[in-house]
Design a protein around this ligand. Structure first.
Ligand SMILES: *Cc1c(COP(=O)(O)O)cnc(C)c1O
Length: 384
């Protein structure tokens, strides 16, 4: 029954070899810029490619400031520090996310709270957020107090799952009403817009990842983006060991981090950034082909971009009817040379976070059981 799916995907990629879920693609100026970078000897965290990258990405996203980091997790960690999240504060996020979101919250000593996602976006649900806050919280002295735990909720981190934007303007409104700082985990959604505005530009600050599996890659890398000049300056200061600017003296005014992106990685990334629009276009074409194909398949539904959104379709996904069928799909495809993968285990079930406070998570539970990611590389035949 899944033979059709395997055949279709093999045909798209025009190969009989094993098809991985997502491969990076280097068909631009990658080698040239890497050579330039090596020749310049500036391979570490100072160099022209880092500056260039920060300028270009800010301009592409329509945001004022970008600060390149060593990876997406360190960018998230920084965002939380910049949002003034402290030990024992609480941060609301979605259980359907990659572990890095919750790890970053934990690095601060803060606690995650999990609210549900929407079925159409797979991202944090404004309804679930609002209901949770109404039921559990009050505003005192301009801060959001959680009556159940006695702690302060400082921030909310929605995530744009697989590149599909969540209902970020509604979430933003709720966060403002409740004095909660909005941080976007836009790790997966570079190139995706909501109502014409780039994801990652709605909140106070956002993090993006350039890990090898993301839509464009620097090998490892990330970026913090914001419209707030003060936060941007502090992000750069803190990620460069909080060193005071001076010609030769070493002095640091607080505990900082070695979180800057090396120039070598930025060289690769500048070349990748030049190809971003093409990659997004390819992924959107791939989505159209999947959509048409799965429309003719019983019991499997292709996940399309939500309303008001232009998604980068970073990871393409389908919805099976139940866990048993999902497992059969995973078994069959992986055994027949096409890599597919279930969604992450929900964060509230991961050992470190299983005592966290949770809203009703029925949508997250449903998606956890039934979603599968399918081949999403931009290397399919017939595209440039
Ligand atoms: C990839 C990813 C991250 C972390 O990025 P790294 O660069 O791997 O540290 C964070 N959040 C989400 C949702 C991600 O998918």
């Amino acid at each position: 029954m899944f033979q059709d799916v395997v055949n279709f995907i093999k045909n798209i990629y025009d190969t009989d070899e094993f098809i991985s879920l997502h491969e990076p693609r280097f068909i631009g100026h990658e080698k040239q810029y890497l050579n330039d970078c090596i020749d310049s000897t500036f391979v570490s965290s100072v160099g022209k490619f880092v500056d260039q990258f920060e300028q270009i990405i800010a301009q592409k996203m329509g945001i004022k400031y970008a600060v390149a980091t060593s990876n997406g997790t360190s960018a998230l960690h920084m965002c939380l520090i910049l949002a003034d999240v402290n030990s024992n504060d609480e941060v609301i996020t979605q259980p359907l996310t990659f572990i890095a979101t919750c790890n970053a919250i934990t690095y601060i000593g803060a606690k995650p709270i999990f609210v549900d996602v929407d079925l159409d976006t797979m991202g944090l649900s404004p309804e679930s957020l609002e209901a949770f806050l109404q039921q559990n919280c009050t505003i005192e002295d301009g801060q959001c107090h959680n009556k159940t735990t006695g702690r302060i909720i400082k921030a909310c981190i929605p995530m744009h799952t697989f590149g599909h934007p969540c209902k970020i303007d509604e979430i933003n409104q709720i966060c403002q009403q409740w004095s909660i700082c909005l941080i976007e985990d836009a790790a997966e959604s570079l190139g995706s817009t909501y109502k014409g505005q780039h994801t990652g530009t709605f909140g106070k600050i956002a993090a993006i990842s350039f890990n090898g599996n993301k839509i464009i890659t620097s090998g490892g890398g990330g970026v913090i983006v914001t419209n707030n000049e003060e936060l941007a300056k502090r992000a750069k200061h803190l990620t460069t060991t909080a060193k005071m600017p001076h010609k030769w003296e070493f002095d640091h005014d607080e505990i900082g981090y070695n979180y800057r992106m090396p120039n070598l990685n930025a060289a690769l990334l500048v070349a990748q950034l030049e190809q971003l629009a093409g990659f997004v276009e390819n992924k959107r074409q791939l989505a159209v082909r999947y959509q048409q194909f799965f429309a003719g398949q019983e019991n499997i539904q292709f996940i399309s971009e939500p309303k008001h959104c232009r998604s980068n379709y970073w990871l393409q996904s389908v919805l099976l009817e139940n866990r048993e069928q999902r497992n059969q799909f995973l078994d069959y495809t992986n055994e027949h040379g096409v890599m597919t993968r279930p969604i992450w285990k929900l964060m509230n079930k991961v050992r470190m976070f299983k005592n966290s406070q949770c809203a009703n998570l029925q949508n997250s539970e449903y998606l956890e059981q039934n979603i599968v990611n399918i081949s999403s590389s931009v290397t399919m035949k017939g595209v440039s």
